[in-house]
Design a binder for this molecule. Sequence first.
Ligand SMILES: [Zn+2]
Ligand SMILES: [Zn+2]
Length: 195
Amino acid sequence: MGVGIGDLRGCRVSLREPDLNQRNTSVTPWSPRTLHERPRTVTQPMSGNAKKSMSIKHHGSCLCGGIRFTITGTLEPIQVCHCAQCRQAQGGPVATNIPVDVSALAYERGEELLQHYESSPGKIRAFCKVCGSPVFSKRDSLPGVVRIRAGLLQEPVKAQLAFHAFTGSKASWWPITRGLPEYPEWAPTPPKPIS
Ligand SMILES: [Zn+2]
Ligand SMILES: [Zn+2]
């Protein structure tokens, strides 16, 4: 992918690496032995939902404002990941991720400030090298898609939560608001938008 790898000192790679980029894909069933490797998927064309409303623009930035970007089109539902890696990467109980096709993502400034860290083989987490804001993650096995961190987007954000994933390894001190699908590990199927 030609991406750089960040400073590995002090970073710990956990055994499991979730990948919630299952949008618009067909997925083979998960099994614990396959958690290191992304299950074989066949990427399908973007849905009509993803294609519509291409005139909508969402704006986002990191904390220092050095990185600014826009996302064109309707946002996918927000995926909440409770895994240990996401907790460490965010410094909080969860990561809130929106899958975005790179064709819909444009940088207004600061793309050169992105620092890449390979948190597990083929999995890149990108953050601002100035302020440390997590910006997105991506996988070699799913080219063309980044998962933007929802907290970077300017309010209001119309996208709603899709599901909780990796609740089996969630922070013991963080309650989960009920009413959404919960998965102890991977989300088994592509999420359906909540309308
Ligand atoms: Zn920044
Ligand atoms: Zn995670």
